[in-house]
Every structure is written in C-alpha cells, then in structure tokens.
Design a protein around this ligand. Structure first.
Ligand SMILES: NC(=O)c1ccc[n+]([C@@H]2O[C@H](COP(=O)([O-])OP(=O)(O)OC[C@H]3O[C@@H](n4cnc5c(N)ncnc54)[C@H](O)[C@@H]3O)[C@@H](O)[C@H]2O)c1
Length: 361
C-alpha cells in the first residue's frame, strides 16, 4: 500500500527536492504539501509535482489550528515530514520574531494536532504512522579546529535561527518522551543543489559571478561548513523515516568540510571552465565584506550512527554535486529570473541594524 505523506514547507528548497524524490521512488505516493508560501516558498518549483494525480497543495500557515486540524482529518497521512521553517540565519539576526513564531510556535501547533490525530488511530494505521522533524546541525553551536558533532553533542545554539530550531527539537523530544508520539529528528549540515533560494551562499556566489558582480565573502572566509548535496539529504530522510528507531535523532552530513573561501574558489574555478568569462577569471570578483555577528567558526558532523545503523551514506562528492548544481542554475535561468524580478533583491542582510532600529522605536 502506498504511503500518504504530509510535507510541510514543501515549496521551499529541500521540501521541493524531497517531494520530487518521493514521486521518483513511487509515483503512486499521495502527498499533501502544506506551505504558507513565504518569500522562500515558490510554486514555480513544483510544476513537476502538479502533474501527479496524488499530489495536492494547501496554502496554510502551520500555526493555523483550524486549517491544520482539518488537513489531518481529511487527508489521513501515514507519514508527516516537517520542513516548514524560517531558515536564513542572516534574516534571523535582523528579525527574530518570525523565527520564534514559525519554528517554535508553529512546530508546537503541528505536534499538538498531529498527536491528537495519531492518538485516534488504531491497529496497523497506528503502527505505521511516523512524524519526522527536519532540523539542523547548527543547534550544536560552533566547533574549534578539532572534533565532530555527534547525536550526543551538547545543544549550544548561537543565532536566533539555531536557537529557534533547538527549541523545536526539544519540543519534538518531549512529545516522544511524554506522549509516546512516534517521532524521529534529523540534524543535517548545509545543503546545496537545485531550487535553492538565491539568498543562500552557493546561489549568491554563482548568480553574482554570472552577473559580473562582487562575490561577497564574510570576514576572511575561514569559517568552515560541511556541505551535503540536497538529493542525498532527501534519501537520508526517507531512510530515517522508513528504518529509523522512533525517539532517536540522526545526524546527516556530507563529509565535505570546507572553508567558505575555498568553496567560493572551487565554484568560481569550475565556472571559469563551464561558462568562461569574456575577460579574466571569476575569481577576480571575490570581495571580503564585514563578518556576520556571532558567526559560528566551524561545523563538522559525524555520520557514523546513520551509516552503521541504517546503512545510509552520501552518494555525491562535493565536486560532482557542485557541477550538477552549476549546470542546473545555468539551465534554469527562467526560474531564477522569476524570483529576481519579484520583490526579492540580492543584498546584504544580517548585520542586525534592522532589529536595532525596531528596538529604538
Ligand atoms: N537549507 C539547509 O542547508 C538546511 C540544513 C539543515 C536543516 N535545514 C532545515 O530544513 C528545513 C527546510 O529548509 P529549506 O532550506 O528548504 O528552507 P526554505 O526557507 O527554502 O523553505 C522553507 C519553506 O517553509 C515555508 N514556510 C515558512 N514558514 C511557514 C509557516 N509558518 N507555515 C507553513 N509554511 C511555512 C516557506 O514558504 C518555504 O516554502 C528547515 O526546517 C531548515 O531548518 C535546512
């Protein structure tokens, strides 16, 4: 029997890729995508899904009790995957309100109503139900030169974004421990790939370079991130929801640690080969800008648990994944233009000035 998935935030970067991966695996999967369509949600990314009979879209805020209650009762999911969130660290520095509202209160509302729905199930319906909460490795804070985040690392979030995600992780944990809700949580490193909104590091580098604009690197570019190709993340989520043990958390990463500067240099060098500039190299566009306040120095993640217990590991190397990503953006100029011709403009966020101005009033 095919699954019935509720996917929250399925019009965003990872959600779109996840829906795509579900339909690719089993085109008979039924999916209800619940998304508020904030600036980050893009219906143009979902044209492939709309052609599937089992796909439905509901424009709703996860904090809306009535709409979520009705959606659960009518659709009757066998699985829920919760992506919906405010996700950009720089925006959380300028305006934390939306992060607290969606990531904490919205997740709380979803847990509360989903548990009520689950509690009324019986027999095999109850046994097969799962709720997977998608989270980030940023909840663990910042690492020094050595070591890796594991599932047992101490929570030490540093930005309003990671603090709000940490709060949602704690609520998720409590709903399992207190109510026996069959939950799983994944904490993943930085994703990249098709459909990523142009404000995130890799699309910013790529799109600025193609337009001949400066490529901004925060501070001296030495901050280190682990990078995972989004399709690998989607497969890991499917693995965890199907094979993972309820109540457990699983770290997901790409084993691709890299400084932001090296990342930019690698990407721009590849771009020189794939779409050469008329004169000079894209590398000449690198421009160092003021650092992000509270910028975490290093993230690195151990994937030993998911590898040993569930048999998942990433398929893409950074080089193969970034080449696919470059080609995807070059072949989807219309998708990018659709965003850049709207209200969104690529620009510097996250210096905290916007929040200071609100507090002064
Ligand atoms: N992007 C990454 O590198 C990364 C890494 C680890 C974990 N995550 C987590 O994965 C999830 C998805 O990330 P993403 O990069 O796809 O984010 P995104 O910003 O691209 O998409 C978020 C989606 O959620 C929707 N949304 C926002 N608020 C909502 C609300 N109140 N109700 C309903 N829908 C709402 C938006 O419209 C959008 O479609 C997030 O929970 C994020 O914390 C992301």
């Amino acid at each position: 029997m095919s699954e019935k998935y509720i996917v929250t935030g399925g019009a965003g970067f990872i959600g779109v890729n996840f829906i795509y991966s579900l339909l690719k695996k089993d085109s008979a999967t039924q999916i209800l995508n619940i998304d508020k369509l904030t600036y980050a949600g893009n219906p143009n990314s979902l044209t492939f899904a709309s052609q599937h009979q089992g796909y439905r879209f509901l424009k709703a805020d996860i904090i809306d009790e009535k709409l979520i209650f009705n959606a659960l009762d009518e659709f009757k999911p066998t699985k829920i995957v919760h992506f919906a969130a405010e996700s950009h660290v720089d925006r959380s520095i300028d305006g934390p309100d939306a992060f607290v509202r969606t990531n904490i209160m919205g997740t709380y509302n979803l847990l509360k109503l989903a548990f009520r729905y689950f509690d009324a199930l019986t027999g095999s319906q109850k046994d097969r139900f799962r709720f997977l909460h998608v989270s980030t490795d940023e909840v663990f804070g910042s690492l020094g030169k050595q070591g890796f985040f594991t599932e047992d690392s101490r929570y030490a979030p540093n930005s309003p974004y990671s603090a709000s995600k940490a709060a949602s992780d704690h609520l998720t944990r409590a709903w399992h421990k207190t109510y026996g809700f069959p939950l799983l949580t994944t904490n993943c490193s930085n994703n990249y790939g098709p459909y990523q909104f142009p404000e995130k590091l890799i699309p910013v580098i790529l799109l600025n370079a193609l337009e001949g604009k400066p490529v901004p690197i925060y501070g001296d570019g030495s901050n280190i991130r682990d990078w995972l190709y989004v399709e690998d993340h989607c497969e890991a989520i499917q693995t965890v929801i199907n094979k993972g043990k309820t109540g457990e958390t699983y770290n997901i990463g790409g084993a691709n640690e890299m400084s932001n500067l090296r990342l930019a240099e690698t990407l721009l060098t590849l771009l020189d080969e794939i779409r050469p500039k008329k004169k000079g190299s894209y590398l000449d566009l690198i421009s160092f800008v003021k650092d992000r306040p509270g910028h975490d120095m290093r993230y690195a993640i151990s994937i030993d648990k998911i590898k040993k217990e569930l048999g998942w590991q990433p398929k893409e190397s950074f080089l193969s994944g970034i080449k696919k990503t470059i080609h995807w953006y070059l072949e989807h100029e219309g998708w990018v233009k659709g965003i850049l011709s709207g209200e969104y403009k690529i620009g510097r966020l996250g210096l905290g000035e916007a929040l200071k101005n609100v507090l002064k009033r």
